[in-house]
Design a protein around this ligand. Structure first.
Ligand SMILES: [Mg+2]
Length: 246
């Protein structure tokens, strides 16, 4: 008679997103957008010019060339300001836009409530990895400043978080999609592609969502949960694993 054997945990690896999941980020980007509108407002009627929509359209177009992050956004702000002002924007104002971009790259890293405890609790029972996209330099700096890097087995900074990049990472980690859960604030980048591959997704919404990160996920999906704070993540994983083991 063999003794009691604990069931093999169904979920072997847990990925955490970084920006707006572990620490504040979008707050700084949106503050920069608002300041950008004030600068461009010196040249155009803000209501008529659709500054916000124009900047978003330029960013969407440029992501293919620049990738995600503050440096690409800075170039998109400059391009939009030049176009909207009919090439009249002053060098002093262009300088202000560059300074805005630099300020985002230097914003303080402020952890969201309960994050360190939640990641540590998950790391006690699972392999944990950090998976983020954006400027390589900026992301590396934030990971270092967060004081969380010791908790993660791997830190992956990728150019896009879609099905193809998750499939590649899971092959590298040697984990089946069904043994992987991703935790993040973006339904588009953190949840939908992982569910599509057969993995699990825990959505931790952040109050602000960048327009280019919006997506829909069926809230009744059997491998999906939404929680208010990261502190609820360990309990969701435990519930799922009990459910599968039962
Ligand atoms: Mg995020």
């Amino acid at each position: 008679m063999g003794g009691y054997t604990a069931p093999m945990p169904t979920i072997r690896m847990v990925g955490f997103d970084a920006d707006d999941t572990l620490w504040h980020s979008e707050t700084y980007f949106q503050a920069a957008h608002a300041e950008f509108e004030r600068i461009v407002g010196r040249y155009v009627d803000l209501a008529d010019a659709g500054v916000h929509e124009r900047l978003l359209a330029t960013e969407r177009e440029n992501i293919r060339l620049f990738g995600y992050g503050a440096k690409g956004m800075t170039l998109s702000m400059i391009e939009t300001a030049i176009a909207l002002s009919g090439e009249r924007i002053s060098a002093a104002d262009l300088h202000r836009i560059v300074a805005l971009g630099k300020s985002i790259l230097q914003h303080p890293v402020e952890l969201l409530p309960g994050v360190r405890e939640a990641v540590a609790a998950v790391a006690a029972t699972h392999r944990v990895v950090l998976i983020t996209k954006g400027d390589l330099f900026h992301q590396e700096r934030k990971v270092a400043a967060s004081g969380l890097s010791d908790l993660f087995q791997r830190i992956e900074i990728v150019s896009e978080k879609d099905e193809a990049s998750y499939a590649r990472l899971l092959r590298e980690f040697e984990v089946e999609a069904g043994g992987f859960a991703m935790v993040g604030n973006s339904l588009k980048s953190d949840i939908a592609p992982v569910l599509a591959l057969g993995g699990w997704g825990i959505h931790v919404p952040y109050p602000l969502v960048w327009a280019l990160e919006r997506a829909e996920v069926d809230p009744a999906h059997p491998r999906f949960a939404s929680v208010e704070h990261a502190s609820a993540v360990p309990a969701v994983l435990a519930r799922w694993e009990e459910g599968v083991a039962a």
